[in-house]
Unconditional design. Sequence first.
Length: 90
Amino acid sequence: YSLSQNYPNPFNNRTQLDFSLPKSSRVRITIMNVLGQPVRTLAYTDFQAGTHRVVWDGKNDYGQDVAGGIYLIQMEAGSFKQAREMLFLK
């Protein structure tokens, strides 16, 4: 299991997040603010083994633009959990 750093980083309108799975797994990818509060769920579904990509457009779960700042990308798949920081510029 792996979660790559988002690209581009920093970003100002959208960024892509790549992740890899050694076997088919249910994956949850969540964007959180620096307080650890969920901002957006990008994925919560089953994926086949391999490399996958999701894109974040700087919006929350309600379709509203979020403020610029540092955000965390968290990936969970089975017992695997990893988070990375990213910088959203407005």
